[in-house]
Design a protein around this ligand. Structure first.
Ligand code: PLP
Length: 364
């Protein structure tokens, strides 16, 4: 069986940048080798630039995006803390679940799927929350919420509340500016717009939030006090916590280098241009976009499956005859929506032409 080379145009993983793939093939170094530690330092420094932050505690956690969510609640939510969560899709739902498992008193604010979270409704949900959390780019619906507006409004009202943002599908694709927005805690995943295989969760936390961390979180693996001693040698000298996934970190470092060489603004513009082209092309095909206008993500497009069309069959033909993966919808929209991703290395006009051409042929 020959190796398959698919166009990964679904909700993730995306096709990695070539530099990220190449880095995986380099001879392995030990996780305490000084040469590897230089790569780790480089990765953290590059992550700061991509996040738009000077946060000292900016690092890749070992695990997929969900480990970032888990670490956020484990280290910053105590049992009984009030956590307001904006829910407008699957990943907001998951935040509710995870925060609850760490004992938070979760106040969920439900929105229609396909709409962004509403800042005022989150503010109105509780007068004095410990934390307000929302998903920047809801991958289940293709919607961008205004985290900048949310963070400013929360801090303007209450200096105590921490703002947590899920940036799994936004980092490396659309603007994220942690410091100027005033976001206290944020996490991402490597397999989307950062253009790396799944396996790491870039994480960043402000000094303000760090001062209020849980001293002994109920998880050993995700205790940021312990991980920090390895990543930044904060307790003087780097000490073993768990074996760092060295190949994945080298791969992330290479992708970040590629992104920064191109220039963050240029990368964002490339995503916007590709997204615009896809949206226009889908409408030209007579298809209807799902996410609310003005809040559509360029990197993840949701489109309604036309009446009478077998959603799963179309995806299967795209995969087997054209080598293109696109995603089904989620939850109530599982068979009535498709999700098309143009993330990282795939945010290009040739990928748009490929998926539009194949859809045109399959839909007839
Ligand atoms: N948050 C968002 C917005 C996501 O899109 C995803 C994955 O698709 C996750 C969290 C969870 O990440 P992972 O599946 O890498 O654990």
């Amino acid at each position: 069986m020959p190796l398959l080379d698919r166009a990964l145009l679904g909700p993730g993983p995306s096709n990695p940048y070539p530099e990220a793939t190449l880095a995986l093939a380099a001879p392995l170094l030990g996780h305490l080798d000084p040469e590897f530690l230089r790569t780790l330092d480089s990765t953290c420094a590059r992550l700061r630039r991509v996040w738009g932050t000077e946060n000292a505690r900016t690092l890749p956690l070992s695990g997929t995006g969900s480990i970032g969510m888990e670490a956020a609640f484990a280290n910053f939510a105590r049992p009984g803390d009030v956590v307001v969560v904006g829910v407008n899709g699957l990943f907001g739902e998951r935040m509710v679940d995870v925060a609850g498992r760490y004992g938070a008193e979760v106040v969920r604010v439900d929105h229609d799927w396909g709409r962004p979270v509403d800042t005022q409704r989150l503010l109105d949900a509780h007068p004095e929350p410990s934390m307000v959390a929302a998903v920047h780019a809801e991958t289940s619906t293709g919607v961008r919420s205004d985290i900048k507006e949310l963070a400013r409004a929360v801090h303007a009202r209450d200096q105590r509340a921490l703002v947590l943002a899920d940036c799994v599908t936004s980092l490396g694709g659309i603007e994220v500016d942690i410091d100027s927005w005033g976001v206290d805690i944020a996490y991402s995943g490597t397999q989307k717009c950062l253009g790396v295989a799944p396996g790491l969760a870039p994480f960043t936390v402000s000094e303000r939030a760090w001062d209020r961390r849980v001293q002994r979180p109920p998880t050993w693996y995700l205790d940021l006090n312990l991980i920090g001693a390895y990543v930044d040698g904060s307790s003087g000298g780097r000490t073993y916590h768990h074996t760092a996934p060295v190949a994945m970190i080298a791969s992330l470092d290479a992708a970040l280098g590629r992104i920064l060489d191109e220039g963050l603004e240029a990368v964002h513009e490339r995503h916007h241009a590709a997204g615009r082209l896809l949206h226009e092309g889908l409408v030209d095909l007579g298809l209807e976009l799902f996410a609310a206008e003005g809040h559509r993500l360029p990197e993840l497009t949701t489109v309604r499956v036309p009446e009478g069309v077998d959603s799963a069959k179309v995806r299967q033909v795209l995969l087997t005859e054209y080598g293109i993966e696109i995603g089904a919808g989620v939850g109530a929209f599982a068979s009535s929506v498709w999700r098309i991703g143009l993330m990282g290395h795939n945010a290009r006009p040739d990928r748009v032409a490929l998926v539009l051409g194949a859809l045109r042929a399959v839909l007839g």
